[in-house]
Design a protein around this ligand. Structure first.
Ligand SMILES: NCc1[nH]cc(CCC(=O)O)c1CC(=O)O
Length: 334
């Protein structure tokens, strides 16, 4: 870019193009639209249940019937996709995590219910064992270690049941090696040619997941931390290698997670690979904005919109955000 072509003051005055909302709109480089949003929701057992998540003001755990209502509301607002996370009863958590590939587990029941209701919304699901594992880890724990290859076999079974239930976008969030290739091969073998894989490729071992673990009931269960499989927040080159690996194994889309502290990674990924790139504005990011807003310390609505626009500026094609319905209402003016 010819920066030396910039004339000095007063020939160049940057404030000329900031002088009114109309001119600012004309020179605006990026936009945030409803089509950029994926809405993560928490599913729980029961009927007609709307249960607030304490650490995420404004977010609820919903029973399957209420999830259908939420999906309908999201579709009406123009939100392209909903992402299901199950709050699994402690009695269903086992060392072998078998509930993960139960065709009738909560997540698969919710998927079928949304499909049966004929709602026009893409359904995304999470592949990882942590909602079902009594150790709270994304993989099997043997002698204190999270074992990779046996976990991948289980993740494949989990993913196939999700595809059977009607999931459009499978999101492996477990960070095991080799899972994208294994899931892609199994999907092809089972005839699921159109099922997409949005890989949580660059997922960091982050303190910002705290409220999510409360929301899915995994906080109490988790023994130790996830640093042997999730990434070190100090690393950036490694993220590119992971993205390249997952693309080579059949990922259609890739994700960086968390979001706001990792916008440099989003930009590097988009610039390097030019593939559909998503960021997850995680539970802790949501909780921080909401907590400050509820205290009157920041304008919550403005902070929400600014934070999401910044993902677009960083190169993301879309954002997973708990703010999705609130942003959609704001953008649609309803
Ligand atoms: N594999 C589980 C999973 N999928 C999404 C999140 C976090 C989402 C959020 O914090 O909003 C996590 C938590 C974790 O890895 O411990």
């Amino acid at each position: 870019m010819p920066f030396n072509a910039q004339a000095p003051f007063p020939t160049t005055r940057f404030r000329r193009t900031r002088q009114s909302p109309q001119i600012r709109a004309l020179v605006q480089e990026n936009t945030l639209s409803v089509g950029d949003l994926i809405w993560p929701v928490f599913v729980r057992d029961g009927e007609n249940v709307v249960e607030p998540v304490q650490s995420m003001p404004g977010v609820n755990r919903l029973s399957v019937d209420k999830i259908v209502d939420a999906a309908r509301e999201a579709a009406d607002l123009g939100i392209p996709a909903i992402c299901l996370f199950p709050y699994t009863d402690a009695s269903l958590k086992t060392p072998d995590s078998a509930e993960a590939w139960n065709p009738n587990n909560l997540s698969n029941r919710a998927t079928r219910a949304i499909r049966d209701a004929g709602i026009d919304i893409a359904i995304m699901s999470d592949v990882a064992l942590d909602p079902y594992n009594s150790d709270g880890h994304d993989g099997f724990v043997v002698d204190g270690k999270i074992i990779n290859d046996e976990t991948v076999d289980a993740l494949v079974k989990q993913a196939i049941e999700q595809a059977r239930a009607g999931v459009d976008i499978i999101g492996p969030s477990d960070m095991m090696d080799g899972r994208i290739g294994a899931i892609r091969a199994a999907l092809e073998a089972e005839g699921f040619r159109d099922t997409m894989l949005l890989s949580y490729s660059a997922k960091y071992a982050s303190a910002f997941y705290g409220p999510f673990r409360d929301a899915v009931g995994a906080s109490g269960a988790l023994k130790g931390d996830k640093t042997t499989y999730q990434m070190n927040p100090a690393n950036s080159d490694e993220a590119l290698r992971l993205i390249e690996r997952d693309l080579s194994e059949g990922a259609d889309m890739v994700m960086v997670k968390p979001g706001m502290p990792y916008l440099d990674i989003c930009r590097r990924v988009k610039d390097t690979f030019a593939v559909p790139t998503y960021a997850y504005q995680v539970s802790g990011e949501y909780a921080m904005i909401q907590a400050a807003a509820l205290n009157g310390w920041i304008d919550g609505e403005k902070a929400m919109l600014e934070s999401l626009m910044c993902f677009k500026r960083a190169g993301c094609d879309g954002i997973l955000t708990y703010f999705a319905p609130a942003v959609a209402r704001k953008l649609q003016g309803v």
